[in-house]
Design a binder for this molecule. Sequence first.
Ligand code: COA
Length: 182
Amino acid sequence: MTPIELHRANPAPADTSRYQVRPLDSGDYYHLQALEEQIWSGDASGKLCGYYLRLCTEMFSDWCFIAMDGDRPVGYVLNFPKGKVNYCATLAVHPDYQKTRVNYLLIRAMVRKLVVEQMEECRFLVEPDNHDARSVHAALGARVVAEVADYYHPGDRRLWSVINKDDMDRIRAKYARLQLVS
Ligand SMILES: CC(C)(COP(=O)(O)OP(=O)(O)OC[C@H]1O[C@@H](n2cnc3c(N)ncnc32)[C@H](O)[C@@H]1OP(=O)(O)O)[C@@H](O)C(=O)NCCC(=O)NCCS
């Protein structure tokens, strides 16, 4: 049987900006671990474990994106497609890089992927008081469709926010108009 090799990402397209956003490769496992520690260590739901991070770098590497400032990892977005529905599980930017172009570039990479793969829906799960995340989702046209209780632990309340098919069609047209997809 052929051995399974650790995944190497294709070279990222040329980007004239300071930041580079590209799909994950196997070496990003350690970048994700470091970012998880820096961004989520104070979060009650805890950091993502190694098994989850390896799932991202080995099985969903072309759906998950990392932002680099030179050699420094500064943000990431993790996506899990199921049929034509994408679940955006995490979008996170290091505090030093929030309110820069990093979040914009990560979202753009994710949305391009959704458009290229002709996805029909994108779902986010968000804490009701996470206003930064909710404003990002709202800017993309996502709407809250359901509330779930006791999600990660008893008492944990989350909102499902969804970009539906009509929104995806609108985004697709916008990205084509702006020539962000061929
Ligand atoms: C959520 C998070 C990634 C946002 O990053 P940020 O750098 O603070 O966000 P930005 O200022 O670039 O973007 C927010 C604004 O730009 C808009 N925006 C950014 N990129 C965009 C894009 N590509 N398309 C459309 N809108 C965009 C957002 O709608 C928002 O608009 P506002 O001015 O009305 O608030 C960041 O706060 C974070 O990492 N938080 C901790 C982790 C977390 O809670 N993640 C979310 C749950 S997984």
